[in-house]
Design a protein around this ligand. Structure first.
Ligand code: HEC
Ligand code: HEC
Length: 409
């Protein structure tokens, strides 16, 4: 079995049940870190779709979303309708360093608002100094993600994902041992009493891990970015973006570059779900970043969805991330291995990464690579145009919105 340690981490939250379509249960604290992977193998070849988890509703709730023009209504779990009060509690928890073994790490350590909730590092650094194998992800529009993290085909709910950074031990992120650690930390702060009361007025017991997970989920669902210069242009302000950015927009959507197939729609990714969407789809793609053995291998432990499904056909399959705010989220890719947007374009132009002599192999010859990635030639001017377009997706209002900022200051 390849990458068993990663499989265990990835499955920490959802593998406790062998059938991913079981109804939602209360999130359970991860105790030891290792969980059986029984029943999860042989689900590979997941390039296409998956059945929608029935415990997630995709009808709009009563919450009044402040949505950008042309944005659909987010989906929400049946047991966690969004409320202002939960969002406010979740914001406090997101920025609270007391929810870590060292008292120094909060979600915001690796998800910084000014960097569209990434950390500026190639690979994330946990509370105890352990390096994460992958790069921190932007949380812009994360409530629209069909599945969560770079390559987990069964992790649907923010409320469950939250347990991975809090309790995961491979790698250590917040480094909490069990639910009691978190619940004790919550008792230390008097402000939480009122915040929990308001968020969960009917609860018999307040300050539980379950409630914290619901609140963190609710807060993250409100991290919506759709007020960039590009959006203003799209909505009729013809001068909101430069002529170069407009040419870049056309190139991005051309048959030559093909970017729009995977980075499609309002969130520039094909990996979205929302209220009233007709089909539930979870596409993953191999973009030919590696080919270490000539058969398509990616370096352990970053083997894509294969690390969860254990199916060799899933080698190198990753989620196409949103490109919103992409100019502030360098370095790029699941392992932060590309430094700049210009170099990202080199990678696509070559039809895969073709670094010589670094052991990465010739990604352009990766037999598992997506057939859309055949490569193209791009002049220096065209490259600058595409970069200008990508820069027009930077949403200053989102990056500085006080509603998403640290409430403890
Ligand atoms: C040590 C750094 C670190 C900390 C602390 C951290 N994260 Fe993350 N986060 C990451 C990394 C790295 C990934 C990508 C994980 C992967 O693909 O396996 C990620 C992924 C995510 C995702 C998935 C995003 C997507 O688009 O699929 C969410 C949601 C998330 N984190 C929320 C949180 C929350 C909430 C907290 C606090 C409870 C938190 N994170 C704490 C580093 C961190
Ligand atoms: C076949 C689907 C597909 C096509 C076509 C495609 N991408 Fe991607 N893109 C992805 C996937 C999947 C990733 C993540 C790959 C990884 O980390 O292993 C990605 C990553 C990226 C990233 C880095 C995102 C981040 O947060 O680190 C950028 C930037 C990007 N693509 C831009 C483009 C551009 C520009 C084009 C057109 C030239 C393009 N993509 C074409 C699927 C695609």
């Amino acid at each position: 079995m390849r990458g068993p340690a990663l499989a265990c981490l990835s499955l920490l939250v959802v593998s406790c049940r062998s059938d991913p379509n079981q109804p939602s249960q209360d999130p359970v604290p991860a105790s030891g870190g290792t969980v059986s992977v029984e029943g999860m193998g042989g689900l590979g070849g997941l390039g296409g779709g998956a059945a929608q988890p029935p415990h997630l509703i995709d009808r709009p709730t009563a919450y009044e979303w402040d949505l950008p023009q042309a944005f659909p209504t987010p989906w929400e779990p049946a047991d966690n309708p969004t409320t202002e009060e939960k969002v406010e509690l979740g914001r406090h928890l997101f920025y609270d360093t007391r929810l870590s073994s060292t008292g120094e790490t909060s979600c915001a350590s690796c998800h910084r608002q000014e960097l569209a909730f990434t950390d500026g590092r190639a690979r994330a650094l946990g509370s105890t100094g352990e390096l994460h194998p992958r790069s921190s992800m932007s949380l812009a529009n994360v409530g629209y993600a069909a599945t969560l993290t770079w390559a987990h085909p069964f992790l649907y709910e923010l409320e469950r994902q939250v347990l991975v950074p809090l309790f995961g031990d491979d790698p250590i992120e917040h480094g909490l041992g069990e639910a009691a650690d978190l619940e004790e930390a919550l008792l230390e702060e008097p402000a939480y009493e009122r915040l929990f009361e308001r968020a969960f007025p009917d609860a018999k017991q307040l300050g539980t891990l379950h409630q914290a997970a619901l609140a963190l989920g609710a807060f993250q669902r409100t991290l919506i970015s759709g007020t960039s210069p590009y959006d203003a242009w799209l909505n009729g302000d013809v001068d909101a973006i430069s002529p170069a950015a407009r040419r870049g927009y056309a190139l991005f959507h051309s048959e030559k570059l093909e970017c729009f197939h995977c980075h499609s729609g309002f969130n520039f990714t094909d990996h979205v779900h929302f209220a009233d969407k007709a089909f539930f789809e979870t596409p993953f793609h191999n973009t030919g970043l590696y080919n270490i053995d000539g058969q398509g291998a990616y370096p352990e432990p970053n083997t894509g969805t294969m690390s969860v499904t254990l199916d060799p056909r899933d080698m190198g399959q990753f989620k196409a991330p949103t490109l919103r705010n992409i100019a502030v989220t360098a370095p790029y890719m699941h392992d932060g291995s590309i430094a700049t947007l210009s170099e990202v374009l080199d990678h696509y132009a070559a039809g895969g990464r073709t670094l010589e002599g670094d052991g990465a192999g010739n990604g352009s010859l990766n037999p598992l690579k997506d057939p859309l990635l055949v490569g193209f030639t791009l002049s220096d001017d065209e490259r600058a145009d595409v970069v200008a377009f990508l820069e027009s997706l930077t949403d200053e209002r989102f990056l500085t919105n006080p509603a998403h900022a640290n409430p403890w200051k």
